[in-house]
Design a protein around this ligand. Structure first.
Ligand SMILES: Cc1cc2nc3c(=O)[nH]c(=O)nc-3n(C[C@H](O)[C@H](O)[C@H](O)COP(=O)(O)OP(=O)(O)OC[C@H]3O[C@@H](n4cnc5c(N)ncnc54)[C@H](O)[C@@H]3O)c2cc1C
Length: 428
C-alpha cells in the first residue's frame, strides 16, 4: 500500500528518540571531546548510562540484521531513526550506529572467520572498542587506482608498507581495516588490492600527525605510516585482489545513514533560522515579513523536503530490492545532493542571523564546513554525479538518423498516420 505516513507502531519509537536525543544526548556535544574517545573517563560516566537506556528500549545498533542481534528494521526505518539521531553529534554512538564502526562490522560479519568475529566483531558491536577504516593515501583519495601502499607475502604473513591519511579515529581504534596493493600486475586495476584487518598495536604502525577540521572538538584524522607491519595471512578479508568488492559491502548503507543525519543537521539550522526571523525586527517589520527573507525560507523548506523524499524513496527501494547495486544510481544521487542541501541552508541561516551568524555561539559555521566534509568523505560529489549520469544513460540508445524522432514534423506525420482517416471523416 502506497503511503507517506509513518507506521503507527513505529511512531512512538521515533518520538522517544527525538525527545531523548534533544534533551539528554545533545547536551554532551557541548561537554565532551571526540565521540569516538571511549577511553575518556567522562565517556564512561556520561555516555555509557545513555547507551544502557537505548539498549533497554531495544533501539541499540538497529542497522544490524537479526543474525547479529539487531532488529532487521530495514533502510526506511533506519532512515527515519537517523533523522532524529543526527540531531546530536553524540547521537550515533549513543545508539550504537556510528561510522566507521557500522561499516566495519558489516565487513567483519560478511568476511570474518569465527575467531575474528569473536575477537573484533562482538566487542565492536557492543562499543567496547572502536575501529578505523583506511584506504585514502596522501597522494590521492578520489582515484583508488593511485593507492601505493603494498602488502607482500612472506610465508604465512603479509608485510605492509606505505602511508595512509585521513584515517578517521585511528588514534582511538583497537584495529584497522586497511587496503593495500598485493597484485600490482593484475590485468584489471580493480583486482590489484586486498583488504586486511590489523590490530592497532601491531609493531610498525605510527601515527605521524592527526588532522582536524573546523567544528570538530579534537584532531582525529590520522596520517599513519606503515613500516614492515606483519599480519597473519588469515587477516586478509575477502579474497586476494578483492579489496574493492569488500569495500562496497560497507558503503551504501552508511551513505544513506549519513544523508539522514545531514538532513537532521540542516533541519536544525532551518528551525533556528525560522525562530530568528519571527523574533527580530528591522524598520518596524519582522524579518520574516520581508520578501527576500521569505524566499530564503521557502527555498530552504523545499530543498529539505525534496532531499528527504529522495532519501526515503531510496531507502524504500533498497528495502524492496535488498540489493544495493540495484539502487546505486539513487544512493549516488543522495550522496551528491547532500552537501549542497546542508551548505545552502547553513549559509542562509548564517547570513540571516547577521553578526551572530558568524560567531561560535551558533552552529552555522560548523554546519557550513561540515557540508564540505560530507561532500568529500566516501568520495567527492563529482564522482557520485558521474555515477548518476552513467546509470541514467544506461537506459538510452543512440539513434542512427540525422533528425531525432521527437521533432515536431515527425510527431505530426505519425499522429496523422494514426488518426488521419478519422480527421478526414469528421471533415467530410
Ligand atoms: C572529514 C573526513 C574524514 C575522512 N575519513 C576517511 C576515513 O576514515 N578513511 C579513508 O580512507 N578516507 C577518509 N577520508 C578521505 C576521503 O575519502 C577523501 O578525501 C576523498 O576520497 C577525496 O580524496 P582526496 O582528499 O585525496 O581528494 P582528491 O582525490 O585530491 O580530489 C580533490 C578534488 O578533485 C575533484 N575530483 C577528484 N576526482 C574527480 C573526478 N573523477 N571528476 C571530477 N572531479 C574530481 C573533486 O572536487 C575533489 O574534491 C575522509 C575525508 C574527510 C574530509
Amino acid at each position: 500500500m502506497w503511503s507517506f505516513a509513518n507506521d503507527p507502531e513505529f511512531q512512538p519509537e521515533l518520538d522517544w528518540i527525538r525527545d531523548f536525543v534533544d534533551s539528554r544526548v545533545a547536551p554532551l556535544d557541548h561537554l565532551l571531546g571526540s565521540q569516538w574517545n571511549i577511553h575518556d573517563p567522562r565517556f564512561k560516566q556520561l555516555v555509557r548510562p545513555l547507551q544502557a537506556e537505548v539498549k533497554a528500549r531495544g533501539l541499540w545498533a538497529c542497522h544490524l540484521g537479526p543474525e547479529l542481534g539487531g532488529k532487521g528494521y530495514g533502510q526506511l526505518k533506519l532512515a527515519l531513526m537517523n533523522e532524529q539521531i543526527g540531531r546530536s553529534r553524540f547521537g550515533p554512538i549513543v545508539f550504537g550506529c556510528q561510522a566507521p564502526d557500522t561499516g566495519n562490522s558489516e565487513i567483519l560479519a560478511h568476511y570474518g572467520t569465527p575467531e575474528q568475529k569473536k575477537r573484533w566483531l562482538e566487542p565492536l558491536l557492543a562499543n567496547e572498542i572502536v575501529s578505523c577504516f583506511t584506504i585514502t593515501e596522501p597522494q590521492g583519495g578520489a582515484d583508488p587506482l593511485q593507492f601505493r601502499m603494498t602488502a607482500v607475502q612472506d610465508g604465512d604473513h603479509w608485510v605492509l608498507n606505505g602511508e595512509k591519511w585521513f584515517a578517521s579515529n585511528a588514534r582511538f581504534a583497537n584495529f584497522y581495516i586497511v587496503m593495500a596493493v598485493t597484485d600490482p600486475d593484475a590485468a584489471s586495476p580493480y583486482a590489484r588490492a586486498s583488504m586486511f584487518i590489523v590490530p592497532a598495536d601491531t609493531p610498525g604502525i605510527a601515527i605521524v600527525r592527526n588532522y582536524g577540521f573546523h567544528g570538530e572538538p579534537e584532531d582525529v584524522h590520522g596520517h599513519v605510516r606503515w613500516s614492515n607491519v606483519r599480519v597473519p595471512a588469515e587477516n586478509m578479508l575477502g579474497g586476494r585482489g578483492e579489496a574493492f568488492t569488500v569495500a562496497q559491502v560497507r558503503l551504501s548503507g552508511g551513505r544513506m545513514h549519513h544523508a539522514m543525519r545531514t538532513l537532521a543537521e540542516a533541519t536544525k539550522c532551518f528551525e533556528q533560522l525560522c525562530e530568528r526571523m519571527v523574533s527580530r525586527e528591522t524598520k518596524g517589520k519582522r524579518l520574516a515579513d520581508l520578501q527576500m527573507v521569505q524566499e530564503k525560507i521557502a527555498d530552504s523548506w523545499v530543498q529539505l523536503r525534496q532531499f528527504r523524499l529522495l532519501v526515503l524513496e531510496t531507502a524504500w527501494l533498497a528495502d524492496q530490492s535488498k540489493d544495493w547495486k540495484a539502487v546505486r544510481k539513487n544512493v549516488s544521487a543522495v550522496k551528491s545532493i547532500m552537501p549542497k542541501v546542508l551548505h545552502d541552508i547553513a549559509e542562509r541561516a548564517l547570513h540571516l542571523h547577521g553578526a551572530l551568524g558568524v560567531t561560535t555561539q551558533v552552529p552555522f559555521t560548523d554546519a557550513l564546513i561540515n557540508s564540505y566534509h560530507v561532500g568529500l568523505a566516501d568520495g567527492p560529489t563529482e564522482v557520485h554525479k558521474m555515477v548518476v549520469a552513467r546509470e541514467v544513460l544506461k537506459d538510452y540508445r543512440a539513434i542512427d538518423t540525422m533528425f531525432p524522432d521527437y521533432m515536431l514534423w515527425k510527431e505530426e506525420e505519425r499522429a496523422l498516420a494514426l488518426y488521419g482517416d478519422d480527421l478526414r471523416a469528421v471533415a467530410a
